[in-house]
Design a protein around this ligand. Structure first.
Ligand SMILES: Nc1nc2c(ncn2[C@@H]2O[C@H](COP(=O)(O)OP(=O)(O)OP(=O)(O)O)[C@@H](O)[C@H]2O)c(=O)[nH]1
Ligand SMILES: [Mg+2]
Length: 347
């Protein structure tokens, strides 16, 4: 779904971008790490999102919960806060247009009534939850893409572990042949998870490693094949060409593959993640996004923009480096964690 064409907003978009450009700094950069590491997943999600929430809510709650009159000034202020939390200009403008329509249709006048409208419109943008599920196809193939350091290998390790816990037979292909250490890192994760690794060695051609891995997966009757890829290449060949080739080779070795093209983006890079996503999407159409490192970033607003701007849902989120720090994305939980009331000290 394309959310907003630039021309729809014309000058307004430019004004907002300029205003934000000159506002500049991330106020929460120096904050301490969130505390609750032991709680259940929702509490961990909530603490993971603490920096983003503080960025958003410390300002939003002032506006929404103080009973201000709903007028254009208020709407503009909300817009600016959302943009600063990396929700992005286009997505924010679309979101606020929808909020304005609701305000009008429901005859709302007090800002305290806006929070629930805002939440439900954010949920609308996120779309339906689309967890990453292994479908009937065998082997079910998952191609994992992303720039270097985004968290691909870590995410693959966590995913493999989850599938194996679910009783599936998992094979992993070391399609990142950029450096020997990449294979070794993947091998450690595979050993931890109990998955077999198909490797071609340093400087092997990634597409041929993947081709062999599909045949190995068929031969071993594997349920799932997860393909790791490089975020950069040792050859002069552009990365996107190589990834497109891997996609084609997969389809050749097993018609319909890859069944899932999972783009891993680093949540700490904010809006840049969307620019990356669009480039990858041109090489191999993305079917789902994993946003990592949502712990420790104030830029978690990016999650709201992903589906709206790329047309592929966020399927997974990572909030830490441990095995169970990757979970299915659940829109309602994300919004509740994001809009949760500020914790008092000690909770
Ligand atoms: N805090 C935190 N760190 C993470 C998360 N996911 C990954 N990381 C860390 O991010 C760093 C990079 O992760 P990798 O999995 O190696 O990234 P990659 O995309 O495979 O990188 P290349 O192989 O260089 O392309 C590692 O130190 C991971 O531990 C997360 O959800 N939270
Ligand atoms: Mg890697």
């Amino acid at each position: 779904m394309v959310v907003a064409e630039d021309h729809r907003y014309g000058n307004k978009k430019e004004v907002i971008m300029l205003r934000n450009l000159f506002k500049g700094t991330d106020k929460n950069q120096g904050e301490s790490e969130p505390g609750d590491k032991q709680g259940n997943w929702f509490n961990r999600l909530k603490s993971g999102l603490a920096k983003t929430r503080n960025q958003l809510m410390s300002q939003l709650s002032g506006l929404l919960r103080m009973g201000r009159r709903i007028d254009e000034d208020l709407m503009d202020e909300i817009e600016e806060i959302l943009i600063q939390a990396d929700v992005g200009v286009d997505t924010t403008l679309t979101l606020m247009d929808n909020v304005r329509e609701r305000v009008k249709a429901e005859g709302l006048s007090d800002s305290s009534e806006l929070e629930s409208v805002l939440k439900s419109e954010v949920l609308n943008l996120l779309g339906e939850d689309m967890p990453l599920q292994v479908k009937d196809e065998k082997p079910y193939t998952i191609l994992v893409l992303g720039v270097n350091g985004a968290g691909k290998t870590t995410t693959i390790g966590k995913l493999a572990s989850r599938f194996i816990t679910d009783g599936l037979n998992v094979l992993v292909a070391a399609g990142d042949t950029f450096r020997a250490a990449a294979e070794d890192q993947l091998a450690i994760w595979c050993e931890r998870a109990g998955a077999e690794l198909i490797r071609g060695g340093e400087n092997a051609e990634p597409a041929s490693v993947v081709f062999d891995a599909i045949h190995a997966a068929k031969h071993r009757d594997a349920d799932v094949l997860i393909v790791d890829t490089a975020g950069r290449l040792h050859t002069k060949k552009p990365l996107m060409d190589e990834l497109a080739k891997i996609g084609r080779v997969m389809d050749k070795a097993h018609v319909g593959a890859p069944h899932e093209v999972l783009l891993v983006v680093d949540g700490t890079v904010g809006q840049n993640a969307l620019i990356q996503a669009k480039i990858f999407n041109d090489a191999v159409p993305i079917t789902g996004v994993a946003v990592t490192k949502l712990d420790g970033t104030a830029k978690g607003g990016i999650v709201i923009a992903v589906n709206a701007e790329i047309g592929a849902p966020v399927k997974l989120i990572g909030i830490g480096e441990k095995l169970d720090d990757l979970r299915d994305f659940v829109g309602v939980d994300f919004i509740e964690a994001l809009f949760a009331a500020e914790e008092t000290a000690g909770t």
